[in-house]
Design a protein around this ligand. Structure first.
Ligand SMILES: Nc1nc2c(c(=O)[nH]1)N(C=O)[C@@H](CNc1ccc(C(=O)N[C@@H](CCC(=O)O)C(=O)O)cc1)CN2
Ligand SMILES: Nc1ncnc2c1ncn2[C@@H]1O[C@H](COP(=O)(O)OP(=O)(O)OP(=O)(O)O)[C@@H](O)[C@H]1O
Length: 186
């Protein structure tokens, strides 16, 4: 299928997920996440969820990390829609967040992080069996991941689709994708 069609289908399917199902799926996703190997992981970059779009609830992951790996530093992005680039900031807690025009929570005072990141948790609308992903189509993550030497992990509440047909040279493959039912390695 083409990215444009996948985006339509995936957005519609997501909005059909009810509150209870959303909560169950997020629990499954967290269980899978906790099974990763955190040896040598000092810094994790993650997105903050747009709950009304039924994105994976990464706050559960943040809470689990705070409890089980308090030394891991958490970095969150801020999107600049003029340049299609993101800046990356230390996560200071929920009180430092404010919604932007797109209803995405963003850090306000968190220091800019320009150092290394060991693991990136990546939002997506859909992914395929080869590890390619489809996002909202602005290329934010493709640009960010381009020169990044980190474990690239997609988070998805739905399983892989067969194939994205219009993969291009900008598209960066995931190393892993976590779903509520399984963690897939590419
Ligand atoms: N939670 C989260 N944060 C993220 C991303 C993401 O996918 N999820 N991004 C990943 O790149 C970046 C933001 N990317 C975005 C790209 C396009 C639109 C946008 O055009 N929104 C329109 C229509 C969206 C739709 O198709 O529903 C809108 O809200 O009006 C918003 C955010 C950075 N932060
Ligand atoms: N590294 C890059 N350099 C320049 N342009 C890029 C780069 N990566 C992606 N783009 C451009 O960004 C646009 C969106 O790319 P694509 O359709 O692959 O988005 P996506 O993967 O769904 O989005 P996202 O990464 O925001 O979730 C395309 O026009 C693409 O050419």
């Amino acid at each position: 299928m083409l990215k444009s069609e996948i985006r339509k289908h995936a957005s519609t399917d997501r909005l059909a997920i009810g509150e209870d199902e959303y909560s169950q799926l997020n629990k499954g996703l967290l269980d899978q996440f906790t099974m990763l190997d955190f040896e040598g992981i000092n810094t994790i970059h993650l997105f903050l969820p747009i709950a009304e779009k039924r994105e994976p609830n990464t706050f559960l992951i943040i809470e689990w990390l705070a409890e089980n790996h308090p030394d891991i530093k958490i970095i969150v992005p801020k999107a600049d829609f003029n340049t299609a680039l993101m800046t990356h900031h230390e996560y200071l807690g929920i009180n430092d967040l404010q919604k932007n025009l797109y209803n995405i929570l963003e850090p306000q005072k968190g220091n800019l992080h320009s150092g290394e990141v060991d693991m990136v948790l990546i939002p997506l609308l859909s992914f395929d069996k080869q590890g390619y992903r489809v996002g909202y189509g602005k290329g934010f993550y493709d640009r960010f991941l381009q020169n990044l030497n980190a474990q690239k992990i997609g988070l998805s509440l739905s399983p892989a689709i067969e194939k994205i047909d219009d993969v291009n040279t900008h598209d960066i493959r995931l190393d892993l994708c976590i779903t509520p039912a399984a963690t897939i390695t590419f």
